[in-house]
Design a protein around this ligand. Sequence first.
Ligand SMILES: NC(=O)c1ccc[n+]([C@@H]2O[C@H](COP(=O)([O-])OP(=O)(O)OC[C@H]3O[C@@H](n4cnc5c(N)ncnc54)[C@H](O)[C@@H]3O)[C@@H](O)[C@H]2O)c1
Length: 390
Amino acid sequence: MKAEEIKTVAVVGAGDMGHGIAEVCALGGVDVNLYDVKQEFVDKGMARIRQSLDKQASKQKLDENAAKDAAARIRGFTVLGYALKNADFMIEAAPEKLGLKQEIFREADGAAPPNTILASNTSNMSITRIAEATGRPEKILGIHFFNPVMLMTLVEVIRGEKTSEETMNTCYEFIGRLKNFRGNMVPVRVEKDTPGFIYNRLGAPIGLYMSELHEKGLADPEALDAKVRSVGAPMGPYEIMDFTGLDVNLHGNEYFARTLSPEFEPRSWLKIMVSEGRLGKKTEKGIYEWPGGARPNIDMNKADPDFDVMDIMCLQVNEGTKLLEEGVTGSPAEIDKAVINGGGAAIGPFALTKGMGWDKVAAQCEAISKRLGIEWFMPTRTLKEGKIDI
Ligand SMILES: NC(=O)c1ccc[n+]([C@@H]2O[C@H](COP(=O)([O-])OP(=O)(O)OC[C@H]3O[C@@H](n4cnc5c(N)ncnc54)[C@H](O)[C@@H]3O)[C@@H](O)[C@H]2O)c1
């Protein structure tokens, strides 16, 4: 199937992600069948979409007719078979449970036309395992949107073991047609189903580094965030942790501890905060105070003169070279594209550190590794040998 042949998309699950995915599809001119298990969940998803479109139209950021047109493209369903009957493409955004996803894919395989591509928005379930529930594994893949979908343009297109090249190409092109409030969605190819895919995987060592510095009392979060912001970043790493939710960070650490290395085990400060219900912005208390959800006041005068912001970039480049070695992507530029579009950075870590010389990047990673006693930060062979084509 070609991307332009995709006229109707079934979105399965109308929650936080599903309603946003339905909205970007509709804004991209595609008809959407939005399914959930109960009418009230479908209604809630539809109401959130209308509210979001109306708000943009009232601010004159979206043409009123475009908003009306998008809303009119979405129909609600509570019977999966009906939602899939005329669908060319399915994007599943149901809860993160393998058994549940496999059940949905089994049913979808029976109900959807034979050519229909079936995608999952899973954060960390195996695409290959999900595909096993169907008789069309070559048409199954991961499509990983970021939250909130209407503001985050990055979409990772993930190959399972049996996903065909045609399916990858069709989806990659199709995603580029979808639109959120920032513009067209930006697809990035992930050639292997790997923990964290690209964007979250590049964030993993930064989370570990920040967590360890805090655990050992080697960094004052405000001073470190002020330093990172002083070079132009919109938020420092500790503020980002609070913003995302410390519970989400804890689960992320646990996940990477299981899948990458035990060195990612959550540090005690994080476990304590989560157990005390200090989860960050959503509870108005975390590393910082967030009164009424307002951003913390970071005192820029406190910027830590000793913290080298390039540490963050070097660790990201090192993690990126692991992805190159594992065959997750063949292209450092694709990794930079993921970082730019997922986190709003102006420039990706490979482009930024290239001028330093790869040997210096490797030496900086080794110094961090030795200082903290974390093996994961040791430079890869690819980095040490400078075999990076960008
Ligand atoms: N929230 C995020 O930040 C985020 C980011 C990327 C990916 N994801 C992934 O997206 C998926 C959905 O996450 P979410 O945050 O939107 O969850 P959510 O809980 O907000 O929404 C899930 C929806 O699925 C519905 N549902 C339950 N059982 C179902 C079934 N059998 N069939 C269809 N729908 C069913 C629920 O009623 C609910 O509306 C998960 O796999 C999650 O890991 C989430």
